[in-house]
Design a protein around this ligand. Structure first.
Ligand code: GLU
Length: 418
């Protein structure tokens, strides 16, 4: 996978975005000082009994950025590349994201440095349970509600729920979102991020007068977000011409058979070798197309790749997929970019809906969940678009302005105590 950004740059860029926005909005300087650092960063050591009898110590994090607008909310990421800087940046983005989509949550993120691809189910379960135990005092249904992120899934969330509930002595489904439906998970949560991304694609193509039918789409990353986005966009009439994962990509100008491709990926662990032309990730980013969806890691499009991007629209499925330099280059090249904190907010939005259902011991139909998602996403898209048109700013600057303004308002109206 192309990843030309180091995690420290990612954090620095996220803080710079905050600084620029605070200046743009003419907010008090202390607001920047207050929000540039998370409220709490916890580093934990997690001993796990491995299948071969050895004991391995993993390092994990939980970062709580802001709870001005409501409980902390954010996913748990499992990856060998996780760093504290990365989790801090992602926690801050969660704060803005929840504010942009207008749900009463703050921002948080968790992570464990581990390589789940080389761990058994039992090892993953023991790791998840011990990590949950280690962050137990920090989380809570009205305090901090974890959810899924890269390489964590409904099963992981079920273990978090069970561990928390075992310690409490009663079932607490509202402690975590993204659970299996059988355990109080919400209908529609698994595809929610992708559904939000595809709504943004629809709104952006409408705006730019690009017909959705046969619009050519390229997707970088074929995990949860990338693969479901491919299915949804295909159903909307788009032509998915290329996709990639960490091992490489595949191109078919006539359109890929997404169903067969998903089956292939499940069986082979990669999209590489599927029916079509094999291409590298670098080549994928340079393809002539209407829409490019980066749905892999942060910083996967840098200054080396950006000048060659030919897409008319970028919808950021991943968090922070463009480096600051790439963002500038693409802006100069007039690429229409729907930023992460708007484009991928469908996931946390349905997490919020799951939490509400859990607190009320209710279970809504998929239609009900999807219709709430549709209404909220379109509203947020229109609000960000209107602001960007009024101020002559990019959608990213407008989304950051909207989110940060809402957080700053909450901080000020709550006041500083004592
Ligand atoms: N990991 C998701 C994100 O980056 C959201 C996790 C959650 O629902 O809490 O937006």
């Amino acid at each position: 996978m192309v990843n030309s950004l180091n995690k420290k740059d990612f954090l620095d860029n996220t803080i710079k975005q905050l600084k620029d926005t605070v200046e743009l909005l003419k907010l008090e300087a202390w607001i920047f000082d207050f929000l540039k650092e998370p409220k709490t960063s916890l580093i934990v050591s997690i001993p796990v009994k491995m299948d071969d009898g050895s004991i391995k110590i993993f390092q994990g994090f939980r970062v709580q950025h802001s709870n001005a607008r409501g409980p902390y909310k954010g996913g748990i990421r499992y990856s060998p590349e996780v760093t504290l800087e990365e989790i801090k940046a992602l926690a801050m983005l969660m704060t803005w994201k929840c504010a942009v989509i207008d749900i009463p949550f703050g921002g948080a993120k968790g992570g464990v440095i581990c390589d789940t691809k080389n761990m058994s189910l039992g090892e993953k379960e023991r790791l998840t349970r011990r990590y949950t135990n280690a962050i137990f005092n920090l989380i809570g249904p009205y305090v901090d509600i974890p959810g899924p992120d890269m390489y964590t899934d409904p099963q992981t969330m079920a273990w978090v729920m069970d561990t928390y509930s075992q310690i409490k002595g009663y079932a607490v489904p509202e402690i975590v979102t993204g659970k299996p439906v059988s355990l109080g998970g919400s209908e529609g949560r698994l595809m929610a991020t992708s559904r939000g991304v595809s709504i943004c694609v629809r709104e952006a193509t409408n705006l730019l007068n690009i017909p959705l039918r046969d619009a050519e789409v390229v997707i970088q990353g074929f995990g949860n977000v990338g693969s479901f986005t491919a299915h949804l966009l295909k159903n909307m009439g788009c032509k998915i011409i290329a996709v990639s994962d960490s091992k490489g990509g595949v191109l078919n100008r006539k359109g890929l058979d997404i169903f067969k491709l998903s089956e292939y990926k499940l069986k082979n662990g990669t999209v590489v070798g599927f029916d079509g032309e094999s291409i590298s990730n670098k080549e994928l980013l340079q393809l002539e197309c209407d829409i490019l969806i980066p749905a892999a890691l942060e910083g996967s499009i840098g200054k080396e790749e950006a000048p060659f991007v030919k897409a008319k629209i970028i919808v950021e499925g991943a968090n922070g997929p463009l480096t600051a330099e790439a963002d500038e280059i693409l802006k100069a090249n007039k690429v229409f970019i729907v930023p992460d904190i708007l484009a991928n907010s469908g996931g946390v939005l349905v997490s919020y809906l799951e939490w509400v259902q859990n607190l009320n011991r209710e279970h809504w139909s998929e239609e009900e969940v999807n219709s709430k998602l549709e209404i909220k996403m379109v509203k947020a898209f229109k609000e960000v678009l209107k602001l960007s048109q009024e101020k002559g700013e990019t959608l990213r600057r407008a989304a950051l302005s909207l989110g940060i303004k809402r957080v700053a308002e909450a901080i000020k109206v709550r006041g500083i105590w004592p």
